[in-house]
Design a protein around this ligand. Sequence first.
Ligand SMILES: Cc1cc2nc3c(=O)[nH]c(=O)nc-3n(C[C@H](O)[C@H](O)[C@H](O)COP(=O)(O)OP(=O)(O)OC[C@H]3O[C@@H](n4cnc5c(N)ncnc54)[C@H](O)[C@@H]3O)c2cc1C
Length: 415
Amino acid sequence: MYYDLITVGGGPAGVMGAAAAAQRGLKVVLLEKNDRLGKKLSITGNGRCNFTNLCDPASFMDNIVSNGRFLYTSLKRFDNHSLVSFFNSLGVKTKVEDDNRVFPASDRAEEIIKALHNYLHKSKVEIRFNSNVKKVLAVNNRVSGVLLDDNNRVAGENVLIATGGLSYRQTGSAGDGFRMARALGHFVAPPRPALVPLVAGGKWVKQLQGLSLQNINVQAVLEEKVIAEQTGELIFTHFGVSGPVILKLSSLINKCPPSSLALRIDLFPSISTTQLDAQLIEIFKKNHGKYLKNALGDLVPRKMLPLLQIFAGVDILKQVDQITKKEREKLAGSLKRIALTIKGARPLNEAMVTAGGIDTNEINPSSMESKIVRGLFFAGEVIDVDALTGGFNLQIAFSTGYLSGVSVKGENEHA
Ligand SMILES: Cc1cc2nc3c(=O)[nH]c(=O)nc-3n(C[C@H](O)[C@H](O)[C@H](O)COP(=O)(O)OP(=O)(O)OC[C@H]3O[C@@H](n4cnc5c(N)ncnc54)[C@H](O)[C@@H]3O)c2cc1C
């Protein structure tokens, strides 16, 4: 059997590429090493699958961390609205939540996977599970097929590598595509963890384990310069910090050497230090005669109170009336600038997304075809692209998959 397209990987990028090509009448086979499609897709959005974001194109670009310009054509050709319409046409009802995030109305990622599976069948894509591709075969810089780990060959005109990144390896994305691309002469930017919790220094961090801070601002600081900041929720863990704000920051700072990075937490980003000091004056007046730790109970999370000695050098067992102006001002300043040293990120396997990947300079952005090997295509996380949370990464996988599928030339389509 000779195929027009061999798709390696049954995640969102591979499924979309395979189906888009088959819809044009091409003969397509999809090879997936697992015994089912979309193992990673099934755990996205906590099992609810935040599959895209309905923000406008400019904001969409703002949420792409690496190589947004490379994605311009694919995101235009098959955009967020097209993806929502696509799922609606497959019978999946969708809903939009805060920050324009789109989910299946059922809150079930499995519904998305089932719809994609049915679509592949309808498009007449041959699906082969438990098929682990070891190598892409090429002759004179032209693809000729793939070799499976059982040494069987599958012959074809084009190969789409959609094997994902290197995180959550248990889902099947174990960096195989990086290896295959390197063997064919492609440069692979070193994989780095993105959207990942951070490991923090300082013994006191452990004391705050389990504490969630809402509506706070966190700045990432490199050599005294603020390089990124985010506002939202932060969660202290046994190793450091996590939560939406930290995941996003981790993607924005992952090219920096962690040893020189620090975070600054502002517990009250909506008011100035002077305004916070004025609030403290009021609180102290109302709590005349009380210990500082009891007076601040409504302002500062209880778990954090014992740490005010470290943050601001004030004794929480002092009565508020005995706190000097200087101490009070220092307290206000410290609550708006808690410093945290960063030791690094949690391992790649714990990252939601892999940054780095196949160099975008070596891929044609209008087709997703390799500039090095003819008939070789890439889609999804295997490429050196990554975005923040909010449905952007899945949209990228679907869009690049779609563009590759409509771009491949079948055996009989060459001029
Ligand atoms: C916990 C978690 C939650 C997430 N939540 C969201 C979210 O809500 N919204 C969002 O936009 N993004 C989310 N992401 C990111 C998103 O899941 C990925 O960016 C996306 O799945 C990438 O799609 P892909 O098709 O490129 O790769 P993958 O989904 O990783 O699929 C690659 C497929 O290729 C197969 N494969 C690999 N190597 C081979 C081989 N040698 N032979 C055959 N098959 C192979 C794998 O088994 C796998 O099925 C989340 C990620 C994680 C880990």
